[in-house]
Design a protein around this ligand. Structure first.
Ligand code: HEC
Ligand code: HEC
Ligand code: HEC
Ligand code: HEC
Ligand code: HEC
Ligand code: HEC
Ligand code: HEC
Ligand code: HEC
Ligand code: HEC
Length: 316
């Protein structure tokens, strides 16, 4: 490096430091990063095209509200101070320096860095459990689901939400095409009716504290309590249902009578019953004419529990 270029470098450094002071840079040892003087006007000189400028039509673009980016650092609220990016005149063949946080493409910042920016404004109750959640710890950032520049963020609409989720969750996509499924593709139930994708106290990101509590929100009749409870129902709806879809009616995980016999085996006669418990299947239970049509449900119709004084076997 020549003396001349070192001097120029020093002078530039001094100039930058002086400018940085005007913006009260937080960490004096770090290279100061500056917001561009004219804010959004500067950015729009080059980025006045869809999808970027559409952000002005969203809640983030409402300058009358003191909270959103438009009333704060504008476009630079998310990628961070970008004066160097905006004012650079890179020689032909060289790349323009990018802002501190890059949201997509090969030079994208870590999902943590990308999400942290959003959380400065959005760390409220819905996202209390974001840190350490399944998405946060598997490199999924806010903008892997949210399209903040779009007029209408597709993930916020029941009709378009599933497509976004399916792009990463192909098993649930396949399940949704099964004969019996929650009407998710039909736009009546959304993934987020059952999941809080921002983090949850329950298993598998379900919205409530347990799987059952999540189901009761819409299937209140299954909540009970019943005079006679069917143990696996209380334990977990998942024991018999796949909520994403199944080839069996009512999203059952197995065909009848195998669903029931996976736990209630007629073959356990000799050993005194199933679960070391109450006795064996009464005579006739294995006769094929019992197993036609609705199989075990021909007689045990109140399978989720019974309030009848004679409902011990869920026959009524
Ligand atoms: C002189 C033109 C110009 C100006 C002014 C400008 N940019 Fe850029 N910006 C570009 C170009 C060109 C790219 C693509 C660079 C690349 O891919 O290497 C880009 C890329 C970006 C990216 C990365 C895109 C991504 O995928 O994440 C962000 C963020 C960005 N600009 C924000 C801003 C902001 C904020 C401002 C205003 C402070 C601004 N730009 C002003 C030309 C400009
Ligand atoms: C400077 C603060 C700020 C930052 C940074 C910010 N937001 Fe927002 N955001 C807001 C405010 C304010 C609203 C409007 C809330 C309301 O009306 O209740 C909003 C609304 C939203 C909405 C709801 C939009 C709608 O139409 O209902 C989403 C989704 C969202 N932000 C996601 C993000 C994501 C993702 C990021 C990071 C890329 C981010 N926000 C960064 C302040 C911010
Ligand atoms: C896995 C996909 C996914 C990720 C990742 C994600 N979101 Fe969301 N977000 C959604 C869905 C779906 C909705 C609408 C349903 C709901 O509110 O749960 C939503 C709604 C929102 C809303 C509007 C409703 C509300 O809760 O205020 C805001 C704001 C928001 N997200 C911010 C964020 C922020 C900030 C991050 C990153 C920390 C983030 N989201 C990460 C899927 C996601
Ligand atoms: C960018 C890819 C991506 C998108 C988009 C996405 N997810 Fe995920 N999701 C993941 C990854 C990666 C994991 C963690 C690994 C795993 O369990 O597959 C995960 C985990 C989950 C889990 C927890 C699984 C467990 O084992 O605990 C649920 C539930 C979930 N996602 C639901 C959703 C829903 C609902 C949406 C749409 C609103 C969505 N995801 C969008 C990538 C994504
Ligand atoms: C009716 C409620 C409900 C709906 C709607 C729903 N889920 Fe789930 N999801 C659950 C329950 C309960 C579990 C945990 C038990 C299980 O895996 O069956 C789960 C588990 C998951 C898992 C983890 C699977 C695993 O094997 O660990 C993913 C990923 C997931 N859901 C994604 C989605 C996506 C994507 C959608 C929308 C297309 C969606 N879910 C819609 C209730 C639902
Ligand atoms: C947001 C509301 C909602 C939640 C939460 C919900 N469901 Fe549903 N469920 C529905 C709707 C809507 C239908 C379709 C009813 C119809 O087609 O008449 C349905 C149907 C069903 C069916 C019958 C399907 C058939 O083909 O007969 C089963 C079984 C079921 N849900 C189980 C569950 C389980 C298990 C959970 C918890 C993991 C759950 N649901 C959570 C709304 C919900
Ligand atoms: C022991 C297995 C089993 C468990 C556990 C179970 N179900 Fe079911 N469920 C069934 C069977 C079998 C049917 C089909 C009933 C029929 O065809 O009459 C069914 C049907 C349904 C239906 C549709 C018909 C109706 O009765 O409304 C809903 C909704 C439902 N179950 C919700 C739930 C919920 C919610 C849970 C958890 C609280 C749950 N189930 C737990 C076996 C089970
Ligand atoms: C996941 C395991 C599981 C599945 C699947 C299951 N059950 Fe059960 N069932 C149990 C358990 C555990 C008990 C309680 C046994 C006890 O008290 O000894 C029980 C109890 C019963 C009882 C009452 C027994 C009594 O003497 O009080 C009947 C009747 C019954 N189940 C029928 C069915 C039918 C019909 C099906 C299929 C729709 C079915 N069960 C599916 C585990 C299961
Ligand atoms: C034709 C009607 C009918 C069919 C079909 C039927 N059951 Fe039963 N089941 C009964 C009656 C009645 C009882 C009560 C018998 C008693 O109390 O002695 C009973 C009792 C039971 C019990 C409790 C036994 C006890 O000692 O309390 C279980 C478990 C059971 N059935 C499971 C099944 C399973 C699993 C299927 C399908 C493979 C099935 N049942 C099909 C009529 C039926």
């Amino acid at each position: 490096m020549t003396l001349k270029s070192t001097m120029i470098g020093l002078l530039c450094g001094v100039a930058v430091l002086w400018a940085a002071n005007a913006f009260a840079a937080a960490d004096p040892s770090a290279e100061p990063a500056l917001y561009s003087e004219k804010g959004d006007k500067t950015c729009l000189k080059c980025h006045d095209e869809a999808p970027y400028n559409s952000v002005m039509h969203t809640k983030h673009g409402v300058a009358q509200d003191p909270r959103p980016p438009a009333a704060n650092h504008g476009c630079e609220s998310c990628p961070g101070p970008s004066a160097a990016h905006a004012s650079a005149r890179p020689p032909k063949g060289e790349k323009r320096p990018l802002p501190a946080i890059v949201f997509s493409g090969p030079g994208a910042s870590s999902s943590e860095a990308r999400s942290e920016v959003c959380l400065t404004c959005h760390k409220n109750s819905a996202r209390m459990k974001w840190n350490g959640s399944q998405h946060a710890s598997n490199e999924v950032g806010c903008n892997n689901c949210h399209t903040v520049h779009a007029d209408k963020d597709p993930i916020l609409s029941k009709a378009t939400e599933p497509e976004k989720c399916f792009s990463c969750h192909s098993q649930q996509r396949a399940d949704s095409f099964q004969y019996s499924h929650h009407p998710v593709r039909e736009g009546k139930v959304s993934c987020s009716d059952c999941h809080n994708t921002h983090g949850s106290a329950g298993p598998k990101l379900v919205k409530a504290v347990s799987i059952n509590a999540t189901c009761y929100a819409c299937h209140a009749d299954k909540r009970g309590p019943y005079l006679f409870e069917h143990q696996p129902v209380r334990e977990n709806c998942d024991n018999c249902h796949n909520p994403h879809g199944s080839p069996q009616a009512a999203m059952l995980t197995e065909r009848q009578p195998y669903l029931c016999s996976s736990c209630h085996s007629a073959a356990s006669n000799q050993s005194g019953g199933w679960f070391g418990g109450k006795g064996s299947l009464p005579g006739g239970h294995t006769q094929t004419n019992y197993m036609n049509n609705r199989s075990c449900l021909n007689c045990h119709s109140n399978i989720h529990g019974s309030n009848s004084p004679a409902g011990e076997a869920f026959l009524r």
